[in-house]
Write a protein that binds this ligand. Structure first.
Ligand SMILES: Nc1ncnc2c1ncn2[C@@H]1O[C@H](COP(=O)(O)OP(=O)(O)OP(=O)(O)O)[C@@H](O)[C@H]1O
Ligand SMILES: Cc1ncc(C[n+]2csc(CCO)c2C)c(N)n1
Length: 293
């Protein structure tokens, strides 16, 4: 069976991130995560650093370096997308300046401009829509669809309408998916299952969650500077007849899990690598350390 590897390098400073992964960010209508700027800027800083490094190697002039740097930034910006789900745009507008108290609020808002605001538009304020549309943000009003959530609409948009985005190794980070209303949380988890062939990661300030499809063996490389040790493996949707793990304090060995019987919560990662294989899809969750941001 094929191996799928996982690593939360998006929580690390830019120079430690994996260059092979393309990230997209969806901001939901929840208090902004303390590390939202880190997620938002994913890729651009490291590529600028790369351009600097390459420029040094090539001994090019300062002017050439400047244009090369711009070129790399441009490539990187088109390779990424930041989407606000409806009222998520209010959060970026209202709360991003609070994360930069010494900066001018207008300046911060211009720096952190969503590419698109999408949803049924019953939460985003008109002044916020006007502000961002004037800066060039696209708006997609899908108020006719009252059967799928705004998060669902945003993921479908990233999948179907971002031709410039490299989808070969795309990972979609969903900020603010947990810790709020339970119906919303359940809807957000359901999106993981609906788009189960895509890599989606639900994030709160305290933890992250993603799906481990049963069709792969999973290798999870723990970034212990920023995540763990608390973790869980949860069989939502259907029981798992057999799960086997390595690298956990309470490993499973061909173990059955189901709600009403055993589910693996309050487990601990022991080292740098966890492996999981299971007969059913499982949710993997791990705590995020308080030092990020
Ligand atoms: N309290 C919450 N907990 C978790 N996710 C949330 C919460 N509130 C909003 N979200 C997420 O943010 C998205 C956009 O939120 P928004 O409030 O704009 O949606 P909505 O469709 O107007 O919600 P509703 O009408 O059910 O209150 C939702 O689709 C959901 O994924
Ligand atoms: C069985 C069923 N339950 C709830 C809704 C309501 N609903 C689900 S997603 C959504 C959009 C939220 O932005 C709304 C209103 C429905 N349509 N069908």
């Amino acid at each position: 069976m094929e191996v799928m590897t996982h690593s939360s390098t998006f929580l690390l400073p830019s120079n430690h991130r994996s260059p092979s992964v393309t990230y997209a960010l969806v901001v939901l209508n929840q208090p902004l995560l303390r590390f939202t700027p880190l997620l938002w800027n994913h890729g651009s800083v490291s590529l600028v650093a790369l351009s600097f490094y390459l420029s040094l190697l090539a001994c090019v002039s300062v002017t050439k370096f400047f244009f090369f740097g711009l070129g790399v930034c441009f490539v990187c910006r088109t390779a990424q997308v930041r989407v606000c789900a409806d009222g998520g745009a209010n959060r970026v507008f209202d709360e991003m300046p609070l994360l930069f108290p010494s900066d001018d609020a207008l300046d911060v808002r211009q720096r952190y401009k969503p590419d698109i605001i999408k949803g049924d538009m019953d939460s985003v304020r008109t002044e916020v829509l006007d502000f961002y549309t004037n800066l060039g943000t696209k708006v997609a009003d899908e108020s006719h669809d009252q059967d799928t959530t705004d998060l669902h609409k945003c993921i479908a948009y990233i999948r179907d309408f971002t031709p410039n985005l490299d989808k070969s190794n795309l990972c979609i980070l969903v900020a603010g998916a947990l810790g709020g209303r339970f119906d919303h949380e359940a809807g957000n988890l359901n999106v993981l299952y609906h788009f189960s062939t895509m890599r989606l990661i639900l994030l709160s300030n305290e933890c992250l969650i993603y799906l481990l499809p049963s069709t792969y063996h999973h290798e999870i490389y723990i970034q212990s500077a920023v995540e763990g040790p608390h973790c869980g493996l949860i069989p939502i949707g259907m029981p798992s007849a057999s799960t086997t793990t390595t690298g956990l304090q309470w490993d499973l060995n061909n173990t059955k899990m189901r709600f009403g019987d055993l589910v693996s919560t309050s487990n601990l990662v022991r080292g740098e690598k966890v492996t999981v294989q299971s007969s059913s899809d499982l949710l993997w969750t791990i705590s995020i350390k308080a030092c990020n941001g």
